[in-house]
Every structure is written in C-alpha cells, then in structure tokens.
Design a protein around this ligand. Structure first.
Ligand code: SF4
Ligand code: SF4
Length: 100
C-alpha cells in the first residue's frame, strides 16, 4: 500500500479565500456522462442561499450560476456522484433515483 504524505489544509473563513470555481463550462472538461447515472441531484432553488459551495466542489463543473442568482445543474454532464449534495450544508440538494 502506498504511503500518502499528510498535509495540513488551511481553514477557509471567507468566500474570497475559495478557488474561483470551474474555469470552463462542463463540456470543456469532461465527456457527457449522464448515461450511467443512478441517482441525480435535485437543487431546491427556494432553499438555496447561493453560497457557491456546490459550484466550487462539483468535479465535473456541472453546476452553473443561473439568471435567478441561484445555481442550476447541467444533467448532460452530471455523473451523479453526490458530492454537491453532501457539501450543501443546508440540504438544498437531494439525490433522487433516476427514472429510466
Ligand atoms: S451548496 Fe446548497 S445553498 Fe450553496 S449554492 Fe449550492 S445548493 Fe445553494
Ligand atoms: S452529483 Fe456530482 S457531478 Fe453531479 S452536479 Fe453534483 S457534484 Fe457535480
């Protein structure tokens, strides 16, 4: 088993300390992968407080700011990993089973 070196991660206290988020629209950084998704995230825009957290953590850049000032999910590129739902601290994103 490989030994990984432990590093300390700084605590980020303000949104300005976070990275800029996805630098490209999702289709620039990944192939479409919606076909093998079992669960999909559903974002409740009424509950969302636009903290940007899901946008910053989505590994596929599939979450984008919307015209309403909230966020929307591009289901063509979302793979259903659930990271956004886990990281949303007010549970504004729920993972629901895909209907085929
Ligand atoms: S993490 Fe949750 S509250 Fe923050 S922008 Fe995403 S959906 Fe909205
Ligand atoms: S489920 Fe994963 S890929 Fe889909 S929007 Fe959330 S973090 Fe991105």
């Amino acid at each position: 088993m490989k030994n990984f070196k432990r590093v300390s991660v700084p605590v980020l206290e303000h949104i300005e300390q976070y990275p800029m988020g996805s630098s490209c629209p999702s289709f620039h950084i990944t192939d479409q992968n919606s076909g093998w998704r079992v669960f999909k995230p559903v974002l409740n825009t009424e509950k969302c407080v636009a903290c940007h957290r899901c946008y910053l953590v989505c590994p596929d850049g599939a979450i984008h700011p919307s015209e309403s000032g909230k966020f929307e999910i591009d289901y063509e590129y979302c793979k259903g990993c659930g990271i956004c739902a886990t990281e949303c601290k007010i549970n504004a994103i729920q993972m629901v089973k895909e209907e085929k």
